[in-house]
Write a protein that binds this ligand. Structure first.
Ligand code: TXA
Ligand code: MG
Length: 316
């Protein structure tokens, strides 16, 4: 599909310019963000967006996040509100995505929103992502750069392993710092948590001075495409494990005897940053996986959400 294979671009001015040119041509570029690598395409170009779904093998009912350079840029596409202003002022650039009503004349491809009247927007904090968005000067639709249902990528090698030959280029900028995806907050109705992620729920509630509604599993209207089995390693995953059983490899947290530790110090931020690469590494052993209990507060909520999906019964 890609005549000369997937290009490896370095995150210097030349590489960023080349990446922006490829996006302008409607081609796909994977790029580093502070959360995970994104698979970017021009959000106004339906052919490019269709290419994203195709490269990922993603179910088409799962809408995408539009990445923009600033809150001002976001307001060209969505209807703004006091809550959007408060949250963007507190957390952008950063690992927070806001779902807001589309504005008239937005120009976003309906494939990005999967036909919804709302758009998810995010201003990433990562230096290279910001430079790419500034140079491209338009909205970039970017899901995580992994085949649908598989573990999210936090290095360029992860991206290459999943998508080599299916996308035009990878803009390599080392490992991602946060390591779990952005927190998604719905602001089209009552403020709602649609996905826990890199900004802790408690911080968001403090800024809004209100509790967020929580998404109910199966509530397709508020969170389309929150597939239950996701981030799935090949072998079964067992959660809240105190020790190994049978042939298992143990992914630890805190001071435990394990094969790989998310954070020996019990630091949730460090655990989030290590999560997906640890799943990739243990997945390579081909053995079933057990995972230590992770405290369910702060970034632990996002980590446990990803782990539950990794452990969920598989449809396919
Ligand atoms: O950190 C991140 O958010 C990464 C990086 C690349 O920015 N991106 C990411 O995208 O995680 P993705 O496509 O893997 O997840 C997007 C999530 C999906 O669960 C989707 O259902 C939800 O956002 N979403 C997108 N648009 C939505 C909308 N209009 N309403 C509700 N949920 C939406
Ligand atoms: Mg994803």
């Amino acid at each position: 599909m890609i005549p000369n294979g997937t290009l490896e671009l370095t995150a210097d001015p030349g590489g960023i310019t080349q990446a922006a040119d490829l996006l302008r041509q409607g081609l796909l570029v994977a790029f580093a963000t502070e959360t995970v690598y994104g698979l970017g395409g021009d959000a106004r170009n339906s052919q490019a967006v269709a290419g994203i779904y195709e490269a990922k093998g993603r179910p088409s009912f799962n809408p995408l996040i539009a990445h923009v350079a600033s809150a001002d840029a976001a307001q060209r596409f969505v209807e703004w509100s006091d809550r959007a202003e408060a949250l963007s002022a507190a957390f952008w650039p950063g690992p927070l995505t806001l779902v807001l009503p589309l504005r008239a004349g937005h120009g976003i491809s309906p494939l990005v929103t999967a036909g919804l009247e709302t758009l998810a927007v995010r201003v990433p904090a990562h230096g290279t992502a910001r430079k790419l968005l500034a140079e491209f000067d338009g909205p970039v639709a970017a899901p995580s750069a992994n085949p649908s249902g598989q573990i999210s990528p936090t290095t360029a090698d992860h991206v290459r392993a999943g998508l080599d030959g299916r996308i035009a280029a990878i803009l390599d900028d080392g490992p991602c710092g946060v390591g779990v995806e952005s927190t998604i907050v719905g602001l089209a109705g009552e403020p709602a948590l649609l996905r826990p992620g890199g900004v802790a729920l408690e911080q968001i509630e403090t800024v809004l001075n209100a509790r967020l509604h929580h998404h109910q599993p199966g509530d397709l209207l508020t969170a389309p495409g929150q597939l239950q089995s996701h981030y799935a390693p090949d072998a079964p995953v067992r959660l809240n494990a105190r020790s190994r059983q049978g042939d298992e490899v143990l992914l630890g947290f805190g001071s435990v005897d394990c094969d790989l530790n998310l954070s020996a110090d019990g630091d949730l931020t460090q655990a989030a940053a290590n999560l997906f690469s640890a799943l990739h590494k243990l997945n390579e052993t081909g053995r079933p996986m057990a995972v230590s209990p992770i405290p369910d507060h702060g970034l632990g909520v996002a980590i446990n959400d990803r782990l539950r999906r990794a452990a969920a019964p598989r449809d396919t």
